[in-house]
Design a protein around this ligand. Structure first.
Ligand code: GAR
Length: 205
């Protein structure tokens, strides 16, 4: 049985699209994109999932709602769909240590910088690229890592460097990092982890 994957999204979903395209090319043989969960009803990622025939679910967090209530609902959705592995693909919420403990070494995230630079709480989306430009670094990139209780602190699976060019804006740089790093690294890492989990399930106890 292939590893059942849920992709957690909040926005445009270009990384989700990279996963969908990789799967369509046969590059995710040990994983099945079984579910896409969004914490934003307007996320275009939901549209991408529907077009690809992937089941979707909404898990919204009401203003002021305790994180543990939101996470309890999320966990219920994932359990109901018998999800083995999570991919955070532009998911703009930090998961608690308690939640993460349900999926040890079974959650991966893509982050748009070379961790440990420009990462951790408050560093997400365009803010990451703005910070890299403000600092004046000449090279940035993307990282795929396991998710643990420390924001952007889990073991690194893959990284790729991307050049910063004169005149870059956060938007231009974001696009280059996606094209040259994120969309390549994430599907490869997803297959690697899905394969490991698949083998682990088959191992006799
Ligand atoms: C991507 O660049 C992703 O790495 C980043 O948000 C963007 C989502 O784009 N994630 C983070 O910053 C998480 N800390 P997408 O919705 O088009 O995949």
């Amino acid at each position: 049985m292939r590893t059942r994957i849920a992709v957690l999204v909040s926005g445009g979903g270009t990384n989700l699209q990279a996963l969908i395209d990789a799967a369509a090319r046969g590059e995710l043989p040990h994983g099945e994109l079984a579910l896409v969960v969004s914490n934003n009803a307007e996320a275009f990622a939901l549209e991408r999932a529907k077009r690809a025939g992937i089941e979707t679910a909404l898990c919204l967090r009401a203003k002021g709602e305790p994180r543990r209530d939101f996470e309890a609902r999320l966990l219920e959705i994932l359990r109901e769909k018998r999800i083995d592995m999570l991919i955070l693909a532009g998911f703009m919420a930090i998961l608690s240590a308690d939640f993460v403990a349900n999926f040890p070494e079974r959650i991966i995230n893509v982050h748009p910088s070379l961790i440990p630079s420009f990462c951790g709480e408050g560093f997400y989306g365009l803010r990451v690229h703005q910070a890299a430009l403000d600092y004046g670094v000449k090279v940035t990139g993307a990282t795929v890592h396991y998710v643990n209780e420390i924001p952007d602190g889990g073991r690194i699976i893959a990284q790729k460097a991307v050049e910063i060019l004169p005149g870059d804006t956060p938007e231009v740089l974001q696009r280059r990092v996606m094209e040259q790093a994120e969309w390549i690294l994430l599907p490869k890492a997803a297959e690697e982890v899905a394969r490991e989990l698949d083998f682990a399930r088959q191992k006799p106890v």
